[in-house]
Design a protein around this ligand. Sequence first.
Ligand code: AMP
Ligand code: MG
Length: 412
Amino acid sequence: MYSVDEALARILEIFSPLPTERVRLEDAYGRILAEPVQAAHDLPPFPNSALDGYAVRAAEVAAAKAETPVRLPVSGDIPAGSLPAMPLPSQTAMRIMTGAPLPEGADAVVPVEQTDDAPSRFEVNSTLPESVLIRAAVGVGNGVRQGGEDVRQGAVVLRAGRRLRAADVGILAGLGVAQVPVVRRPVVAVLSTGDELLPPHMPLMAGKIHDMNSVALCALVQAVGGVARFMGIAADSVEAVYSRLEAAADADMIVSTAGVSVGTLDVVKEAVTRRGTLSLWRVNMRPGKPLAFGDFGGVPFFGLPGNPVSALVTFDVFVRPALQKLLGIPTDAAPQRTAEVGEVLHSDGRRTYARVKLTRQAERLIAFSTGTQSSGAISSLVNADGLLIIPEGMTEVPIGTRLPVRLFDQDM
Ligand code: AMP
Ligand code: MG
């Protein structure tokens, strides 16, 4: 029997990162950046005004106060998107809008509110006053956003391996990156097996149940960053399983559920080994003791247990890290916290992933069982905030024991 860690190490050995592809920036959100991105230019690219006002030389309005305002002739108008017609002549001011380039010679912008001009008149093509009354002094640099103050040309703004967030695609846009190098997404073929299974849209019939695993596993594949391809429900026959595997043989990975417990392995095993290899591993964990792993036509194959909780937990423990390795990101990326056990919990000595609800008491996180811990009871996962990991060999967990919890974000 393998420990969880041994089994995982053996699995991860065979995976390495997928190649890079270039996608349009609009499609890059959520993808894994494959190469670092360096700024091709400063951001902002040029010094510009941070507000609507008048560009001046700070020294020329140093004496301005409400009681002793300084009047300057207005020598130009600079709407956003245009260029100043000339450098700022001395002893003048230029009307400037937010985001417009600062004229050469100017070193500050007086907010329109500190002048006798009105914000309401501040629009493109409005008449330019001949002169403006400045009612307050400004410091050098006030009201100015310097070129490169956000990002310097040449700076590494994003590192390889980052899952691109909304602000990330924003900065890429700001730097003119329209094609983004990302790691190709792993395509995962997901297959349910079992004569008792019906798709969710079909009415329930006596002796049958709806297939829960495939839709949930497809969701987990997407949550990690893969592309899920549902291969349908295969009946418990070698032919049915084999033909679905054939259709999946161009995927990066095949994940099937059920038919891997000792009594039921034969069908899946025979179908897989027609074009590949399969070992049934007994892994020292609960839920999910049997785990089949091998390949079909060279495509890594995971045979997960059929019970929904076992299927989802074994996916989380073994398949998710494999996908993360394909994506070139850390394989321990699931968020973990430490929690105190709020009630006595029991285990049979296998490493146990107990479904728990977490409550916060001051700074402490307290974990309570979600009730039935049957590996068939998917509600135990639905009601859980995470999986409390009880280590191998611990059969009774006293109240107050501090243990790691794998937290669910939006994923499980
Ligand atoms: P098996 O590994 O085929 O013995 O299945 C173990 C248990 O999981 C049985 O109770 C099955 O009915 C159940 N099961 C298998 N596949 C699914 C599925 N896709 N959705 C829900 N339950 C399933
Ligand atoms: Mg079955």
